[in-house]
Design a binder for this molecule. Structure first.
Ligand code: NAD
Length: 333
């Protein structure tokens, strides 16, 4: 894939997924401009390719700065968001502002600057509790958290803008994206950090909840396909289609490095706090039982399929963590 000659604007480019997108776009020959307020993003995420890109520190809620920064860009990748579940529970208005109003600012700025295509990050959270698995893109969308509502609204605005204006907008419903430079807080990262310290995973309850863990490189290749597709603007799941229970994840983690210890199980109910995990980690309220997303639509329309299996992806993330043992200082979620 070559994007030589294209100028691409990436909001949230200093974050986990955004920095991988930026890296791949630079490799594909594009000129890249990152727009980020560095609330969760890090300059060190961009350090290896910082000389090849332009970085603007700014907020997507500052519409004038955003639109001015986007001048001259051909395409936009919109990754900036408020994604902490605890924040959306405590302050849904802030979540709405960043994820819906901020996204509308991105779309309006794209219109003002004659951008020809936008790829926008959504989330599996638009579905809420699974009525069936794997969930396809037509699965009922009944979010369990305010975050899913703000993301769903942003998606729907994307379709309205695509229909009303000559601006195709593609939305990506990421499952659990993992990999190098991931932020610290979700179960996979907690297990890996414990492994680094020689401690076995702590599984809450029986660990029967199932999740779809998708490697970041696969998410990026689907994202990039959206810049080239002739398919009509739509939403795509970004997923493996494979459900892994938390107990299975813990078993996989024990294969990454043999500690000669057993997995720990702790009776932490939904919404309660752990006694064993760092920062007395809370088990999230309204937790999803299953989140497994079908990727048939992306396979059919984008000719895309995920390449990384979980065992190899975990090894890669652990190898990166060993090289960057202080990267995960504070837990967020
Ligand atoms: N990581 C996942 O598994 C996952 C799953 C579902 C959806 N998503 C979505 O993917 C996108 C990227 O997520 P991520 O995991 O890389 O998170 P991240 O926190 O690493 O990246 C978000 C980036 O956006 C920036 N940002 C936040 N608010 C901003 C604002 N108001 N103005 C400008 N920049 C702002 C942050 O500084 C950060 O660099 C988000 O839209 C998120 O909702 C991620």
């Amino acid at each position: 894939m070559s994007f030589a000659g294209k100028k691409i604007f990436v909001t949230g480019g200093a974050g986990f997924i955004g920095s991988h997108i930026v890296e791949s776009l630079v490799k594909a020959g594009a000129t890249v401009k990152v727009y980020d307020n560095f609330s969760s993003g890090k300059r060190e995420n961009l350090a290896p390719f910082k000389d090849d890109i332009e970085i603007v520190e700014g907020d997507i809620l500052n519409k004038d700065q955003l639109s001015a920064a986007m001048k001259g860009c051909d395409w936009v990748s919109h990754q900036a968001a408020q994604l902490e579940i605890t924040t959306c529970v405590e302050d849904p208005l802030f979540d709405l502002r960043v994820n819906t109003e901020g996204t509308l600012n991105v779309f309006d700025s794209a219109l003002e600057n004659n951008v020809s295509r936008v790829v926008s990050a959504s989330s599996a959270c638009v579905y809420g509790q699974a009525r069936y698995v794997p969930e396809d893109e037509d699965h009922p969308q009944v979010p369990n958290w305010a975050y899913g509502v703000s993301k769903l609204a942003a998606e729907r605005y994307g379709l309205v803008y695509s229909n009303t204006h000559d601006l195709p907008i593609y939305s990506l419903r990421y499952a659990i994206v993992y990999g190098e430079r991931e932020w610290y807080g979700r179960v996979l990262t907690i297990f890996l950090k414990r492994l680094l310290k020689g401690e076995p995973p702590v599984v809450f309850g029986e660990g029967a909840q199932e999740r779809d863990f998708t490697y970041v490189g696969d998410a990026v290749s689907l994202h990039n396909s959206c810049f080239e597709t002739e398919a009509a603007p739509t939403s795509f799941n970004v997923s493996t289609g494979i459900g892994t229970s938390i107990k299975q994840l813990a078993q996989e983690i024990m294969q990454v490095q043999d500690l000669g210890k057993d997995i720990l199980f702790e009776d932490v109910k939904v919404g309660e706090h752990s006694q064993l995990v760092e920062q007395n980690r809370q088990r999230l309220p309204e937790e999803l039982e299953k989140m497994i997303l079908s990727n048939e639509k992306a396979q059919k329309l984008l000719n895309w399929s995920p390449k990384m299996n979980l065992a190899d992806g975990l090894k890669r993330e652990f190898a990166w963590l060993q090289q960057n043992p202080n990267f995960w200082d504070k837990m967020s979620y």
